[in-house]
Design a protein around this ligand. Structure first.
Ligand code: HEM
Ligand code: HEM
Length: 299
């Protein structure tokens, strides 16, 4: 970008990784080493595992602590850095950086955009990632206890319907964020998100499609509802981890979510162990011919 005070690093033709400063005073800069308008010392660079890091000490004018920064990656031609591409990923790479706090704020929307990404993450992690698996646990295990009938059914429907409403809101914020960052599309995260929305919409319509419990098609409804239900849960967890990789928030959030998933998994295993003997006993006595549970709503 014209006017840039640049720190440059690249692999020279003799194989060494060189680093220096230069000014970009036109759109066809020479890229030859040159002093900047402020003092820079100790410029060096290293390249490891495909990542280049430039080190330098900057003495900002007027004892300032903030800079506006742009960064680029481009080809090397005839032993000299050549022009970088000008697609959205390149032209959007600018932010302001505060050396005192270490905070970097993207100038394309600033803090509010980061806040909206966080909101998107929280809405989706809570709805798809916690409420829906919890609702499935309720349907699978609480149903087994006759005294919990029909409470398990209302709890399941409440969990899944509220998960669906919050989840669709979260999905909408994702689409909005995606449409604002023109040129950058997280294809697999987006495709899984759209699949989840479609499957969950179908699943919630179970409310309208559900045949009466004595109906001959009830058996097929149950298979359909189980298959789609567990597919939604697996895809949701995969997409949440993809979301963590895109947003890259502080490690503690990813760890907290992993903790929640492990806790839900342990609860499910314990309940599986507790409920299986009950289910098997019932099956033996011929009381229950269904897979898992006997009650007025599920069997
Ligand atoms: C199952 C849950 C989720 C669904 C259905 C979902 C859905 C979406 C969709 C449809 C997009 C738009 C993609 C595009 O057009 O490029 C998106 C973008 C995004 N999502 Fe998610 N998401 C989920 C979970 C998460 C989580 C848990 C996080 C963070 C921890 C997250 C972070 C992001 C980020 C950072 C973007 C990119 C926004 C941008 O383009 O700048 N997502 N999401
Ligand atoms: C996105 C929303 C939903 C998801 C992800 C979901 C998921 C599930 C799952 C995974 C199971 C199987 C539990 C097991 O292993 O036994 C289940 C069972 C059940 N669900 Fe849902 N569900 C959703 C919405 C609904 C709604 C709206 C209703 C209301 C009719 C409903 C009614 C039932 C019933 C009656 C069962 C028990 C079926 C049986 O007898 O095994 N679900 N659900």
């Amino acid at each position: 970008m014209q006017g840039t005070q640049a720190l440059v690093a690249f692999q020279a033709s003799n194989g060494t990784f060189v680093a220096y400063t230069t000014q970009l005073s036109s759109y066809t800069p020479s890229m030859a080493p040159e002093k900047l308008t402020f003092d820079v010392s100790g410029v060096s660079a290293e390249q490891a595992n495909g990542v280049a890091t430039i080190f330098a000490t900057l003495t900002l004018p007027g004892n300032g602590t903030k800079v506006n920064q742009v960064w680029q990656a481009g080809p090397v031609s005839n032993g000299n850095p050549a022009q970088h591409p000008t697609v959205a990923a390149n032209t959007n790479s600018h932010s302001s950086l505060d050396f005192l706090t270490g905070e970097s704020v993207s100038s394309g929307g600033g803090n509010s955009r980061l806040r909206r990404k966080n909101t998107h993450g929280v809405l989706n992690a809570v709805s798809w990632g916690i409420l829906m698996p919890l609702g499935a646990i309720i349907a699978r295990y609480v149903k087994v206890f006759p005294s919990a009938d029909p409470a398990w059914f209302y709890l399941h429907v409440a969990c899944q319907c509220s998960g669906y409403i919050v989840g669709v809101a979260g999905w909408g914020t994702g689409l909005k964020l995606g449409s604002e960052s023109a040129g950058i599309t997280y294809h697999s995260h987006r495709n899984i998100g759209i699949t989840l929305f479609s499957l969950a919409t179908l699943q919630v319509f179970a409310l309208l499609l559900r045949p009466n419990k004595d109906h001959k098609y009830r058996f097929y409804w149950k298979i359909y509802h189980h298959v789609i239900g567990y597919t939604i849960i697996v895809l949701s967890i995969i997409n949440i981890f993809k979301g963590f990789d895109i947003l890259d928030p502080e490690k503690k959030w990813k760890r907290a979510y992993i903790g929640v998933i492990i806790a839900l998994g342990v609860v499910a295993l314990l309940l599986e162990a507790i409920t299986w003997p009950i289910v098997i006993k019932r099956r033996r006595s011929g009381e229950d011919k269904s897979h898992h549970g006997v009650n007025s709503y599920g069997a």
